[in-house]
Design a protein around this ligand. Structure first.
Ligand code: HEC
Ligand code: HEC
Ligand code: HEC
Ligand code: HEC
Length: 88
């Protein structure tokens, strides 16, 4: 996921804030470029459920639960549901 950004010349700091402390980016960082309302709409028709909106977390689940960063993505909902998500 992160690599698809760096190839577009998006700097490390866009997600990590500071080059000195590479902390796990929060939703606040991602949100600066990915409007949450737009995102929820974009994946509205994903089956079996919208990964960006749930009764538990609404649209507030930390992105890095699924879009891990520099490692393969994960299907966070899959811990409890049989949702067959392919997370980019
Ligand atoms: C699109 C956002 C994004 C960009 C751009 C990005 N990262 Fe990350 N990075 C992440 C996320 C998300 C994690 C957290 C992974 C996790 O939760 O385990 C992370 C984690 C890290 C970590 C902590 C070690 C690890 O893998 O958990 C380091 C170090 C790091 N990134 C370095 C960089 C460097 C250097 C760059 C620039 C070349 C960069 N990142 C660009 C999203 C990004
Ligand atoms: C500086 C702006 C910027 C930031 C910050 C940013 N993104 Fe992106 N992201 C983009 C752009 C631009 C694209 C490409 C959109 C396109 O091609 O339509 C993209 C594409 C994506 C994609 C789909 C492409 C793929 O397969 O990787 C995902 C998933 C994504 N971003 C997740 C995240 C997450 C999670 C974070 C926070 C850790 C984040 N982004 C932070 C600008 C950003
Ligand atoms: C529960 C897991 C999960 C979480 C949390 C999550 N995503 Fe996603 N994301 C997905 C899945 C699955 C897809 C692929 C949807 C599809 O099949 O088109 C996706 C696709 C995307 C895309 C590409 C959208 C497109 O045009 O198809 C972007 C951008 C993105 N996510 C950004 C984010 C951002 C930003 C956050 C945090 C606000 C986030 N995601 C949180 C699972 C997740
Ligand atoms: C820790 C376990 C857990 C996780 C993680 C989890 N869920 Fe759930 N979810 C439940 C339980 C328990 C119910 C209530 C039982 C039911 O009604 O099926 C539920 C109910 C739901 C429902 C309403 C019932 C339905 O099937 O229509 C939706 C929609 C849903 N979850 C979506 C999600 C999405 C999307 C994610 C990931 C972002 C997620 N859940 C993550 C446990 C979880």
């Amino acid at each position: 996921m992160a690599e698809s950004h760096t190839v577009k010349n998006i700097p490390c700091e866009a997600c990590h804030v500071s080059k000195e402390k590479m902390e796990t980016p929060t939703i606040t960082q991602c949100q600066q470029c990915h409007n949450l309302d737009v995102l929820v709409k974009q994946t509205e028709s994903v089956k079996p459920r919208n990964p960006h909106f749930s009764p538990h977390y609404q649209n507030k689940l930390e992105c890095s639960n699924c879009h891990i960063g520099h490692e393969p993505s994960e299907n966070f909902c899959g811990q409890c549901h049989n949702f067959d998500f392919k997370v980019p």
